[in-house]
Design a protein around this ligand. Structure first.
Ligand code: SF4
Length: 426
């Protein structure tokens, strides 16, 4: 969304400045599921108030936080100097809103609560030249009890496969090498449109596009990962052998209260199946500790499962109350100290597992995409199929004197050492 906003704003003639003091327009694109998102936004607004007063800078605030009524009310009451607020379903209208504010100087609130149409062909300004995220579906139907996303981003709406293929073809023509398909739950792709391909078929079609080397998809809901998808990941050379499956918990009692569709048994079976069927598969997961009512016994079950499952990568969250979600009304909220201690225990365990898993790679050969170099120019920096931009580790690659590498090169190299989350290669 931020890349689309940048693209639209640039087409209107604006250029980016690194100096906020000289900005004519400041746009905040908010996300309500980020930790401390509200505090961060209100803090930043406090900072830009002076700039607004000094040079009449237009202040626009968008994103899924604006779909929450209490936030917009607070903005109107405590930060009345903003010019535009827009929601997730009206992002494509931003140029029109901006134009209106320039002409009429009257504050605009452009928020609707019905699912927005899918608008194709918006200009996108991508910061990266090698990898690109491509949205394949909007919204979510899962209604996990702790999550605000279905309320602020609406129901599942898949993009047409032909539009996705066109976008990826254009990216390939521009030299992009890695495509990351994104949706709240990619495994549901195509299920809302009769006759559209499902995720496995979409991956297959995309892999026929020349020059695209790696394709990934984030995230995969455990209950809807089917055999067809597993087969496609296994057999398609271009699809990274990488699953990011947020399981959230393993205790049936907790999963039920979270309104998750999977139970402990089906999660265990799925992880085993993936490991059995796809050699060298990397599995990342996300778990949540301290969900209301999580007992010591539930937590121990989760801890033991993580010990056994040996995920390659794992993100852990402490439950935090999100206004407007069913879980926020649950009694038996867990004490913050208990949450913190459970979080620390999981992270300590996973750190050890991740390192041990990485150590198994020493001596093996892996393919690495070169993305840059360290500040001291001693190492190239890259990623293997095991690492996702901004989520996982990096590969440090020592240069061979007579073989200089370029950003965007794929090289096969040997793992010689590991540090906490990263590989050192030659
Ligand atoms: Fe939220 Fe993900 Fe559950 Fe959808 S699947 S409701 S986005 S946690």
């Amino acid at each position: 969304d931020s890349e689309k906003l940048s693209g639209m704003i640039e087409e209107m003639g604006y250029t980016r400045t690194e100096n906020i003091e000289e900005a004519d327009l400041i746009v905040f694109n908010t996300c309500c599921v980020r930790e401390n998102a509200e505090d961060k936004l209100f803090g930043k607004l406090g900072e830009v108030k002076k700039i607004k007063e000094k040079r009449g800078t237009i202040i626009a605030i968008g994103g899924c936080m604006m779909q929450e009524e209490h936030i917009v009310e607070k903005l109107q009451k405590s930060y009345p100097f903003f010019d535009i607020v827009f929601g997730t379903h009206t992002l494509h209208k931003f140029p029109q809103d901006l134009y209106n504010i320039i002409l009429n100087k009257k504050r605009i609130k452009d928020i609707i609560n019905i699912d927005g149409e899918i608008v194709e062909g918006l200009p996108i300004k991508r910061d990266d030249k090698i990898k690109a995220s491509v949205t394949i579906m909007y919204g979510c139907n899962n209604f996990c009890s702790y999550c605000i996303v279905p309320y602020v981003r609406g129901r599942e709406r898949s993009r047409k496969a032909e539009d996705i293929l066109k976008e990826v073809q254009e990216l390939a023509d521009k030299g992009y090498k890695e495509i990351i398909l994104i949706a709240q739950d990619t495994t549901k792709y195509g299920t809302d449109i009769y006759g559209e391909p499902k995720l496995a078929e979409l991956l297959n079609k995309l892999s026929k596009i020349e020059n695209i080397k790696w394709i990934r998809f984030l995230y995969a809901y455990p209950e809807t990962i089917d055999d067809e998808l597993i087969k496609e990941v296994k057999e398609n050379e271009k699809v990274c052998k990488y699953f990011d499956i947020p399981i959230q918990h393993i205790s049936n009692k907790v999963l039920k209260r979270m309104n998750r569709q999977s139970d402990g048994e089906s999660i265990r079976k799925l992880i085993k199946k993936l490991r059995d069927q796809i050699p060298n598969v990397i599995i990342r997961t996300t778990v949540m500790v301290g969900f209301p009512g999580e007992t010591e016994e539930d937590f121990n079950e989760l801890y033991k499962f993580i010990e056994e499952a040996r995920f390659d990568k794992l993100g852990c969250f402490s439950y935090s109350k999100e206004d407007g979600t069913p879980a926020a009304r649950l009694k038996e909220q867990i004490h913050p100290m208990t949450k913190k201690s459970r979080y620390n225990k999981i992270m300590k365990l996973q750190k050890m597992i991740s390192k041990e898993n990485l150590k198994e790679k020493i001596g093996k050969k892996i393919e690495v995409l070169i993305e840059g170099e360290t500040f001291d120019h001693e190492y190239y920096l890259g990623r293997s199929y095991m690492d996702v931009p901004e989520i996982d580790g990096v590969v440090y690659l020592k240069e061979k004197e007579n073989e200089p590498l370029q950003i965007g090169d794929f090289v096969t190299c040997k793992v010689v050492d590991v540090n906490e989350y990263d590989l050192i290669c030659e």
